[in-house]
Design a protein. Structure first.
Lengths: 139, 765
């Protein structure tokens, strides 16, 4: 299970994205792409973890408007208890445009992976879940 | 197209109307959902005077073939019909058939490859493993073949004559099967292969044809095993002899009957010493185990175990096992808490496993009943946690250099507490796992949380506290099912069947019933149903019956619906009592009128005052132009005096109070009704907590209001200040309204403050 929270910030005109993973799940996914141990969220964490993570996110969490891929900026990550949070941002986000999200986080690792997405724009909010048979959604 | 659409709309509005005319009150009783009480199960949630349960006794002879990774078995089952019914056939579970080539599990699992698939998933999808029971024979004790029909993971045995009430029937089955590689194709039981040293570690269960449960609520529980809904089995006595390579150590349900043959004299002495030791004692040390695992012997050895009143049997076997043990006294009994693990589990396992087992026995016994079995075993097995009576298989392998993460440490302690805890639910309080996962997983996860907090107050528990379930409960409802959903159809298994019920029980204990009422009722449930088969209705009813609390609204909301908690402070009105004294009230009213906000047009017109008709021509003025509505006259005073004199002493006192009245209105946006817990902060900085039971919502389940009276003025109100109710949106829990920073804002702010290393170096110059 991963949870992606999307919130449109009218002040900065940006879509703020927070993705919450179980650290163990994330580690399994990142390690399967390098075949090396990463020791996530420990003192021994591998130096390349952040760049691997950023690449992983850009491959598995994509946003489109008018069929064009939006540029997602990876701001960083934070570990807390069992979880790792990723912070991402899309600048100059057109809030009135239909947006398509393609979410394939962890599904190649866990067959029954469920990716929850919560979108919030002021009072308006929408929540949906995505999995291997349901990778694309509009919000 | 248009027509179809409008028809659809009409249907919706019809169903809405139909709903409005039936009782939708969230506090209506659960009687329509729960089965009618009867002679088998009472309205108090206890077994009725004609409650019965079946019994199945087993004598099993097994051989584990370490060369081919096979199990060969022969068993005699004696089935006791304690029901008042004639049974023309018996149902036997063949769980191994879930791994047969043509199993429904494979057929009904959805699959897709997409642009990438992991090697593990590919292996699982492509596996050609020849699993499932191969039956040699099914016959009566007289040696004659019995008629039987295999229906996938179930087998029906047809009897020549129906089994009479109070009668028993014995029969024999011979079988074998290929053991699965757990790490390649999954499974709760199977083997792990250590390639570099060519050794196997077997954790074996569901290895024999087992009697299905027959009872008053399901008839035969012969719902097919698809892999997720676990097991439900009748109690019985087991005599199991297991033949393995002579250099293997076997851990199993029950008590070893032939220690003189199976163990060395040294090991027997160490076991005896462990009974009264204050730290775990090694029965097989790491050094000894490492010596044994380096070579293989051809001889065989048989280990015989006996277990009474258990609902299943499991065992583990390997030449890699380190073994340690400690005695845990219960009155004049000593229960042996033991662990079996390969060197790959150390140093984590020798430090924590057996201690976690012992702690679980003590903690759960305190919450429920004294652990009744003679042993409790934790076996190290890669990447799973799975429970059987007296024995469980748990993950946890440190790095090769012996280090491990904090997550792994607490993961290991948690999984051991959880799986050993399953001895209580469902091994002893024997609920039907194939029907209701939450009845054992939810109750067990709740007890696990208590045990973790008794291990360490700061224990990083994953599940239990109300606020931890918020993300799940506010999620997309199309991906959530009520807790009362059959095990095979649950979405988000962990959250649904473990996290949410455990949290619900925690909320009952901490917030709704209180610890004293809850703990008594929960213990009463466990003790009433130990060594019996409870249903959800028995649990719901007994919790209410033993505590004198109507919880129907809570079960309905938390267990039968996917509603969530989102209670909001909608509005706050602040009022004071009018003294009715014109000399006090009129100046106040005047001040208030002058202080009130002015209309922009009036402000601009003010400049034009001298040019108005009434100013320019004084003859246009009369009494009303000079009238001051706030001026106190003698008539006002007379009428006040009359009013005041008419009051009695108590009324006069009330009138003089300088109290502040706050009328606060609340809205239950999420659908679930919950107690309203408020913290009032006053102007002088002091605080006061108010607790209003959920029943405040019983007449109106969407909005309620309540008046609070204080001497002091309220500065701030916080709804659910201690995060007790799993409120999913805290931004509407404040008065005055507060803007809570999001996790994103907090992260960005923290990033801003951070200097990078170059900046730091520059500053250091």
């Amino acid at each position: 299970m991963s949870i992606t929270s999307l919130e449109y910030n009218a002040e900065t005109d940006a879509l703020e994205i927070v993705v919450k993973f179980f650290t163990d799940d994330l580690e399994a996914a990142l390690e399967s792409s390098t075949n090396e141990k990463l020791f996530l969220a420990t003192d021994k964490e591998a130096a390349e973890t952040d760049s691997l993570f950023a690449v992983y996110l850009s491959d598995h969490l994509q946003f489109k408007q008018k069929n064009k891929l939006l540029k997602v900026i990876f701001l960083g990550k934070e570990a807390k208890r069992d979880y790792t949070y990723a912070y991402l941002e899309i600048d100059n986000f057109k809030e009135n445009e239909a947006t398509q999200i393609e979410n394939t986080l962890l599904i190649s690792i866990f067959e029954d992976q469920v990716n929850q997405v919560n979108y919030k724009n002021g009072e308006h909010s929408k929540s949906f879940s995505m999995h291997k048979d349901d990778r694309v959604a509009d919000f | 197209m248009k027509n179809i659409f409008s028809l659809f709309l009409a249907l919706i509005s019809f169903s809405l109307i139909a709903q409005e005319n039936t009782n939708q009150n969230k506090f209506r009783q659960l009687k329509e959902e729960l089965a009618t009480p009867n002679v088998y199960r009472t309205a108090a949630g206890t077994p009725g005077h004609e409650y019965y349960q079946q019994q199945a006794d087993y004598v099993i002879e097994l051989e584990l073939d370490d060369k081919k990774q096979r199990i060969y078995g022969e068993e005699t089952i004696t089935y006791h019909n304690n029901s008042p019914n004639h049974l023309p056939y018996l149902w036997v579970q063949l769980d191994q058939n879930v791994r047969a080539k043509d199993s429904d599990t494979k057929k009904t699992s959805t699959s897709r490859i997409g642009d990438s698939i992991s090697f593990d998933n590919l292996k699982r999808m492509m596996n050609e493993f020849d699993g499932g029971f191969k039956l040699d024979y099914v016959k009566g004790v007289d040696g004659n073949d019995l008629n039987y029909t295999v229906n996938k993971t179930m087998m029906r045995i047809d009897l020549d004559q129906a089994l009479q009430p109070k009668d028993s029937f014995s029969f024999k089955i011979k079988w074998w099967y290929n053991i699965n590689n757990r790490l390649e194709i999954g499974g709760r039981s199977g083997y792990e292969y250590f390639e570099d040293e060519d050794n196997y570690l077997y954790t074996i269960a569901q290895f024999y044809p087992r009697m299905a449960v027959y009872n008053d609520v399901e008839g035969w529980q012969n719902k097919q095993f698809l892999g997720r809904g676990e097991f439900t089995l009748p109690f019985g006595d087991y005599e199991v002899s297991i033949t393995v390579p002579a250099d293997h150590t076997v851990a199993a349900t029950g008590v070893l009957q032939n220690p003189d043959e199976a163990l060395s004299e040294e090991q027997i002495n160490r076991l005896e010493a462990a009974k009264t030791a204050d730290q775990p004692v090694f029965i097989t040390t790491q050094k000894e185990a490492e010596k044994i695992e380096k070579k293989k012997v051809n001889e065989k050895k048989t280990w015989t175990f006996h277990a009474e009143n258990v609902r299943d049997f499991g065992f583990a076997s390997s030449r890699k096992f380190i073994w340690d043990a400690i005695g845990v006294p219960f009155g004049d009994r000593v229960v042996m808490a033991m662990s079996y693990y390969p060197k790959e589990g150390n140093p984590l396992w020798e430090q924590y496993s057996t201690k976690a087992v012992a702690h679980t026995l003590r903690s759960y016994s305190n919450t429920t009943f004294d652990y009744p079995y003679p042993v409790a075993i934790s076996v190290n097995a890669a990447s799973i946690g799975m429970e059987y009576p007296m024995i469980c298989f748990n993950y946890g392998r440190p790095e090769e250099d012996g280090t491990y993460t904090e997550r792994l440490k607490y993961g290991v302690i948690s999984v051991i507490i959880h799986e050993v805890g399953h001895n209580f639910f469902p091994m002893i309080v024997n609920s039907d796992e194939r029907q209701w996962t939450w009845m054992d997983e939810g109750l067990n996860t709740f007890c696990q949380y208590l045990a973790e907090k008794e291990w360490d107050v700061d224990y990083p528990s994953r599940r239990g506290p109300a606020y931890k379930i918020v993300d799940y409960m506010k999620g997309d409802k199309s991906n959530i099912t009520p807790i009362m959903t059959n095990s095979e159809s649950i979405f988000q298994f962990g959250n649904n069947a473990y996290g949410k019920p455990a949290t619900a029980l925690n909320i009952l204990r901490e917030t709704i019933m209180g610890r004293e009422l809850f703990d008594f009722a929960f213990k009463e449930y466990a003790q009433t149903w130990k060594f019996k088969h409870p249903t959800p209705a028995d649990f719901f009813r007994l919790m209410e019956d033993a505590s004198g609390t109507d919880l129907d609204w809570f079960w309905r909301g938390w267990f039968y619906s996917t509603d969530h908690v989102d209670i909001a402070i909608k509005n706050v009105e602040w009022m004071q009592i009018s003294s009715n004294n014109p000399d006090v009230e009129k100046p106040l009213k005047k001040n208030a009128a002058e202080a009130s906000e002015s209309f922009q047009g009036d402000l601009l017109n003010e400049k034009n005052r001298t040019n108005t008709v009434v100013e320019k021509d004084p003859t246009t003025k009369d009494f009303y132009n000079g009238y001051d509505p706030y001026k106190v006259n003698s008539l006002d005073r007379d009428s006040y005096k009359k009013y005041y004199d008419g009051l009695n002493e108590e009324e006069k006192k009330q009138l003089q109070q300088k109290k502040n009245f706050y009328e606060v209105s609340f809205e239950a946006i999420g659908g679930l009704v919950m107690p309203i817990i408020l913290s009032f902060e006053f102007e002088d900085g002091s605080t006061q907590k108010e607790y209003i039971p959920a029943e405040i919502w019983r007449f109106n389940q969407s909005t309620v209001s309540k008046v609070f009276i204080f001497d002091k003025e309220v500065k701030q109100i916080n709804l659910d200040p201690n995060l007790e109710t799993a409120d999913t949106d805290r931004s509407n829990n404040y008065w005055p309204e507060q803007n809570l920073p999001s996790r994103f804002t907090l992260f960005k702010e923290a990033q801003k403050e951070k200097e990078n290393e170059m900046q730091k170096a520059k500053r250091a110059k």
